[in-house]
Ligand binder design. Structure first.
Ligand SMILES: [Zn+2]
Length: 581
């Protein structure tokens, strides 16, 4: 084997990729932080792979079980079913509004999912994966209910913050058990709970420490070249290692609740699967549903070593996707493990944490309803400040500046200039390619940009560097703008029309390429450009200095971006923290 072959093999792409995004929890609408965390990055990744001709499947769905939903129903005086039905619809509206292009969107309260989750649980039982323990758990005598997760609060034993929940302290991020809380209190009645015995199935995570450590530190890299696309983000590895180093405790995988997937064991009435056992299995259910609809075998995506599995999530879900879910998949035995978990950190808003209860959020559906300019401006800003390596912050001033100075002044202005000049000089017909010897150095350097743009942007996307990838795509437009400013065709048209034909031919090529390389980030704008410049149907492989055919007749193109005025910015800021209605 020669050197080139071996290199190719080391960084080979997988045969197919299965992408999941965190199942959004069906008890509230989707805000900008959700989008920037688990959905927009995955959408960019998947759109790129589709354009590059790779085999890819992207599934998601509503997470409809768990104590936060039953509790919400109790507070609202309604049923869990009504809550999840409402948000299952509402969340999809937000995704559609932002052009999030899932291949399939499912839900965990479906009969199908209950069956998938129960079968999975039974296989785990068969493989001796659990410890069944009857132990004393907190019980609310007034509400006649065992208290787990969000049903119980108290002081965090780790950081001593008040109001830590039975499953997690939101202040310090520790995962907790109800019995660890100091001064526990029922969130149902406010009463001090009593201890009462109940039987629960525990996942003894300590048994898995050894291989997990290896999996997280080395698993992805073993036997392969150290390629960035395979390396996990340092904050993801860091969080996992600190969990493992702290010793993995057994974790209850069932709950005493009447809303969820019933534990499929005789005598387990009133018990359901823990939501964090049931939710990630929703990825499998969604894949099965998609496969049935498309005449495919779902096992190819979950049980085939040629498939790479990637989970897009926010940092609060790292433990579930990098530790608990891999344990469950390995205990089952037939499944591949996650290859990459490009978790994002959090996005803050105008100097504060995003908060649903304080209405300190930008709600996607509501925003899009009041903004007829489509999904691209919001997508652009969220990608520009995506919290890839550390927390980031959304502000309305920054939103305005990015739309006005970057989308409108750079991209919109450049595309419009090329269109207007081509119409003025050639009635909208793209001039023919110049002869090679007619090219100046400045032409050649522009051509060089187009020669490497596709590969450069694609490589950044594969390495989950979406901010840089979008910046590189915008740099193609910036370079085009600069080119026109440098060569000033409007000063040459009178005395050197042949030179202007060369300039405008190249400028049209730049715009045509933007129709492809902007598609993962700004799908609506890219589509308009592609149609106008005759490159619709072109793919990532076509990105080149010759993408637009000679004598293409340019179609109509509306003004791409409207500038944001001060009034709009102030109106948006004023909405924060107000309940409205
Ligand atoms: Zn804490």
């Amino acid at each position: 084997m020669n050197k080139l072959q071996s290199t190719t093999q080391l960084i080979r792409t997988p045969k197919r990729r299965l992408i999941t995004s965190a199942l959004p929890y069906a008890n509230g609408p989707i805000h900008v932080g959700h989008m920037a965390g688990a959905y927009l990055p995955a959408d960019i990744y998947v759109r790129y792979l589709r354009s590059a001709g790779e085999e890819v499947l992207w599934v998601c769905g509503s997470d409809e079980h768990g104590a936060a939903i039953t509790l919400r129903a109790k507070i609202d005086g309604t049923t869990p079913r009504e809550i999840v039905d409402k948000y299952h619809v509402e969340m999809q509206r937000a995704f559609k509004g932002l052009d999030i292009s899932f291949d399939h969107y499912s839900r965990t309260s479906s009969e199908k999912h209950h069956k998938v989750a129960q079968d999975f649980f039974l296989k785990l039982l068969e493989n001796d994966s659990f410890e069944v323990k009857t132990q004393k758990q907190y019980f609310d005598e007034e509400a006649d209910q065992f208290l787990a997760d969000r049903y119980i609060t108290g002081t965090c034993p780790k950081c001593h913050a008040d109001e830590a929940f039975g499953d997690q302290c939101e202040k310090c991020g520790s995962t907790l058990s109800p019995t660890e809380l100091i001064n526990p209190k029922s969130t149902l009645s406010g009463a001090k709970p009593v201890l009462k015995p109940t039987t629960l199935w525990y996942l003894p995570m300590g048994r898995h420490e050894e291989w997990l450590k290896d999996y997280i530190e080395n698993g992805m890299l073993k036997g392969k070249a150290h390629h960035d696309a395979k390396a996990w983000k340092s904050h993801v590895v860091g969080q996992c290692k600190s969990w493992i180093d702290g010793g993995l405790q057994s974790r209850a995988m069932t709950r005493d609740l009447n809303w969820g997937v019933p534990v499929p064991v005789e005598g387990a009435d009133g018990k359901v699967l823990y939501v964090w056992l049931d939710a990630p299995l929703g990825y499998i259910t969604a894949t099965i549903e998609w496969a049935e609809k498309n005449g495919q075998d779902w096992r190819n995506w979950w049980q085939n070593a040629d498939t790479e599995l990637l989970h897009f999530i926010g940092k609060d879900n790292i433990v579930f996707h990098c530790i608990i879910f891999p344990i469950l998949l390995k205990q089952h035995g037939d499944f591949i493990l996650p290859h990459q978990v490009p978790a994002n950190e959090f996005m803050n808003l105008e100097g504060d944490k995003i908060s649903t209860s304080r209405n300190w959020a930008v709600w996607i559906s509501e925003f899009l309803e009041n903004n007829p300019s489509g999904s691209d401006p919001m997508r652009y800003v969220l990608t520009s400040i995506m919290p890839e390596q550390r927390d980031s912050e959304f502000t309305w001033n920054d939103y305005r500046d990015r739309i006005n100075n970057e989308l409108a002044d750079v991209l919109g202005n450049f595309v419009n200039r090329v269109l207007v000049l081509t119409r003025k000089y050639y009635d909208g017909v793209v001039p023919c390619a110049p002869k090679k010897d007619a090219l100046t150095d400045v032409d050649k350097s522009l051509i060089a940009v187009l020669e490497v743009a596709g590969e450069g942007i694609g490589d950044l996307i594969l390495r989950h560097r979406y901010r840089d990838a979008q910046l590189e795509a915008m740099n193609v437009a910036r370079r085009g703008n600069k080119y026109l400013t440098e060569v000033e065709p409007w000063k040459l048209q009178k005395n050197d029309p042949e030179r202007v034909r060369t300039i405008m031919h190249l400028a049209c090529q730049v715009v045509g390429n933007l129709g492809i390389v902007l598609e993962p980030f700004l799908p609506q704008t890219a589509s308009k450009i592609s149609v106008s410049f005759g490159v619709e149907g072109s793919t990532w492989k076509d990105v080149s200095p010759t993408i637009v055919n000679d004598e293409t007749i340019l179609g109509d193109l509306p003004i791409l971006f409207t500038k944001i005025d001060e009034e709009t910015v102030e109106a948006e800021k004023a909405k924060l923290g107000n309940k409205g209605g």
